[in-house]
Design a protein around this ligand. Structure first.
Ligand code: ATP
Ligand code: MG
Length: 290
């Protein structure tokens, strides 16, 4: 699978600024990737049907990225291949007062899908080690001294461990967590911001605070690399995929989701003999009508 090239499973550290943001050689062959994407979406739909009927596993797809990397359009595109019955999308925004009065995994845990279901997380609990760390937001949280007096570094190292443990817990309880980082370049982000400012239909997607975050681009890149290195494991790897060309991002995401479903349980439940006999009986009765 092409996407394997972008996999981090914890064996090698992730240095974000050294990773590709563009499609590279694939740019020569865009039509081929477009048709592969269409095939993946079709396969995804077929597999999801069995996955839903099987109902033994759940799938969480986490999308993380800096602004304007294309999370929203990726969600829209992936959803195009799935039956909405069986999928939920959750956008994790700034936490509400109620959310802040709980542990940081609480709101994500509430958004888990039932078995047979898929949840797409547009941002996730990874914000609690990214934006929170870059802006030192934990200093404003009401928490007991024993959790904060360990200092900033240890506070986040603990969270990395808590995330690894949480994802292992999910894995051991029948959930797969597919973690995708959309890696956009600083130049492309600028281009997309300008487009949002220049196109009235896109104005709503831009806010002045996006520029404040952009000023911290390099800082975010550093922290993201650290977070990915600390939370990538063989069961729950990260995929850091180029995001400068949306058609290529969509292709890779379609491959990753299709592959996750292929590896998950997606057998249609076989009825026991007795239930099959009952079906035959019903068939006879239907045929004998009139
Ligand atoms: P778009 O890319 O279209 O702007 P978005 O995901 O950025 O979509 P916004 O409403 O602009 O949506 O931003 C959500 C904001 O909430 C982000 O800046 C994100 O960092 C912030 N956020 C999410 N989770 C947390 C958290 N746990 N603590 C603090 N801020 C958070
Ligand atoms: Mg935003």
């Amino acid at each position: 699978m092409t996407a394997d090239r972008f996999c981090f499973d914890g064996r090698t550290p992730c240095e974000l600024s050294a990773l590709p943001t563009n499609a590279g050689d694939a740019r020569e062959d865009k039509p081929k990737y477009l048709s592969r994407t269409a095939a993946n979406l079709e396969e995804m739909g077929r597999l999801q049907d069995g996955f839903y009927a099987d109902g033994r596993e759940g799938l969480v797809v986490i999308l993380q990225a800096l602004d304007a990397a294309g999370k929203d359009s990726t969600v829209k595109h992936v959803m195009g291949g799935l039956n909405p019955q069986g999928v939920t999308v959750h956008s994790f925004k700034q936490p509400s007062a109620e959310e802040l009065s709980h542990d940081f995994l609480w709101r994500a845990n509430r958004a888990l899908p039932p078995r047979g279901g898929i949840a797409i997380f547009n941002r996730s609990y990874y914000e609690d080690v990214l934006v929170v760390q870059v802006h030192d937001l934990q200093k404003t949280y009401r928490m007991p001294p024993r959790t904060t007096e360990v200092g900033q570094r240890e506070f986040f190292h603990r969270r990395y461990r808590q995330i690894r443990d949480y994802e292992r817990y999910l894995y051991e309880n029948g959930y797969r967590v597919l973690k995708i980082f959309l890696n956009v370049s600083k130049e492309k982000q600028k281009e997309r911001f300008l487009e949002r400012i220049e196109t009235p239909a896109k104005n709503w997607k831009f806010s002045a605070s996006d520029l404040k975050e952009r000023a911290l681009f390099d800082e975010y890149a550093k922290v993201i690399g650290e977070v990915i290195s600390a939370t990538a494991t063989p069961e729950c790897p990260w995929y850091v995929i180029p995001a400068d060309q949306k058609w290529y991002t969509r292709y890779l995401v379609s491959e990753l989701v299709a592959d996750a479903l292929r590896r998950s349980c997606h057998e249609y439940p076989a009825l026991p003999d007795e239930a099959r006999a009952r079906l035959q009986d019903c068939r006879r009765r239907l045929e004998e009508e009139d």
